[in-house]
Design a protein around this ligand. Structure first.
Ligand SMILES: [Zn+2]
Length: 113
């Protein structure tokens, strides 16, 4: 391969991981992505009920393994810098997305009921 492409970004690596996880998780409607302050990522597919639809995968972009800190604390939530769900197309409806987000990401937004 001689053709040089535009520089690969961590987001592209993340996107590739997401696609791979979704491919391996037929029940997955999306992938929860948790970015840590050390640049490692934690990801897992979730199903329509907000339950895990895959193992939790931890990885560090363009590295063979996660960092030492993550090996120690397993990506402690205190070090989370960003978390969101990447939805598979077609996305679930808004109500379903909200419900899953609340369950998976633990947002304390008001619940219906
Ligand atoms: Zn790390």
């Amino acid at each position: 391969m001689t053709a040089k492409k535009a520089k690969r970004t961590p987001e592209q690596g993340e996107q590739a991981m997401i696609e791979g996880i979704l491919e391996g998780s037929p029940d997955g409607v999306g992938v929860a992505v948790i970015r840590l302050n050390c640049d490692c990522r934690k990801m897992a597919a979730v199903n329509i009920d907000g339950e895990p639809a895959s193992k939790i995968i931890m990885y560090r972009d363009q590295a063979e393994s996660i960092c030492d800190q993550c090996k120690q604390d397993n990506g402690d939530y205190m070090r989370v810098t960003e978390q969101f769900i990447h939805w598979k197309k077609p996305e679930p409806g808004e109500a379903a997305r909200k419900k899953i987000e609340a369950k998976v990401l633990g947002t304390s937004e008001e619940r219906p009921n």
